[in-house]
Design a protein around this ligand. Structure first.
Ligand code: AMP
Length: 283
């Protein structure tokens, strides 16, 4: 496994492979790797000749400085895992490499930045767009792999790729969960034992909503059931629960079309830790 910390070395290495006609798959991460990340590495390895994983905790996408400071940093262990999964190349730059000067560029995504994650994390998607555009320029992959766990982020990056004419195919991979259903996340490491047990409520709420929707309850009734579900869980603060069209992420206020694909999206704080999750259902 080749590890690069600078852009020039990585580019030279990848150019050699590109000249030989090899396809390049790319998995951007912020480290503290778990099986969700590793499933993206596996997906890339199954489709591409060479897999590049980046590990970079991107400061510009954190709207909460405490969240940035406390974000888990486990690079040594990450490298061991990537080696074990036969990842070919790791790019782990410093802040100075990715942001040699204070950036002025802001990226806006219209409707997509004003709902759910965008609404509750101002500036977050501008930072995500910025770092992914930089990484796409450096790595120039054929395919890039992302998790459905961050569904709205995937839609944002789809927009970015189309609007900036990146010749890259984006692949959205399924959510990998713990045995009890909790979506794997680097932030789960920060949960106390009790919080970890409580955190499964996000997945339980999504299942509950799915059951009610498929049994004929309308959007308003279903949302009420979920709000009540969290009312009783005093240690969890529900930030949002939305039922949106899977393809546009437009909110569905009342009638659901037959065969419409819905995304049920949730964000909540367990103590200080903010977690998100979603499921997609065919109505
Ligand atoms: P992060 O390191 O949190 O920026 O995540 C890097 C990539 O891994 C993103 O595309 C995430 O959507 C994806 N990811 C995170 N958690 C999971 C999960 N539980 N299952 C699948 N993909 C995930």
């Amino acid at each position: 496994m080749q590890i690069f910390r600078d852009i020039a070395g990585l580019k030279t290495f990848l150019n050699t492979w590109r000249k030989e006609g090899k396809s390049i798959g790319f998995v951007p991460t912020m480290g503290a790797l778990h099986n969700g990340h590793l499933s993206l590495i596996e997906a890339s390895k199954s489709k591409c000749d060479l897999t590049v994983c980046s590990i970079f905790i991107n400061p510009t996408q954190f709207n909460d400085s405490k969240d940035f400071e406390k974000y888990p940093r486990t690079v040594d262990n990450d490298l061991i895992l990537l080696q074990k999964y036969n990842c070919d190349v790791v790019f782990c730059p410093t802040d100075d490499i990715m942001y040699p000067e204070k950036t002025q560029l802001q990226i806006h995504f219209g409707y997509l930045e004003h709902i759910m994650e965008g609404k509750h994390r101002p500036g977050h998607f501008s930072g995500v767009g910025l770092i992914v555009a930089k990484l796409f320029h450096v790595v120039q992959p054929d395919l890039a792999f992302f998790g459905q766990k961050d569904l709205q982020q995937f839609m944002i990056l789809d927009r970015l790729t189309k609007d900036l004419l990146f010749d890259i195919e984006l692949v959205c991979c399924p959510i990998i969960r713990e045995e009890d259903g909790l979506a794997m996340s680097s932030r789960n490491q920060r949960l106390s034992k009790i919080e970890r047990l409580e955190a499964v409520a996000l997945f339980q709420a999504l299942q509950l909503a799915k059951e009610h929707l498929l049994n004929g309850k309308n959007i308003t009734e279903t949302k009420k059931i979920i709000y009540n579900f969290f009312e009783e869980k005093k240690s969890i603060h529900l930030e949002y629960f939305e039922i949106v069209d899977r393809n546009s992420l437009q909110s569905i206020e009342e009638s659901i079309q037959k065969n419409q694909q819905l995304a049920l999206c949730i964000a909540a704080y367990i103590g200080e830790i903010r977690l998100i999750d979603n499921i997609i259902i065919n109505y």
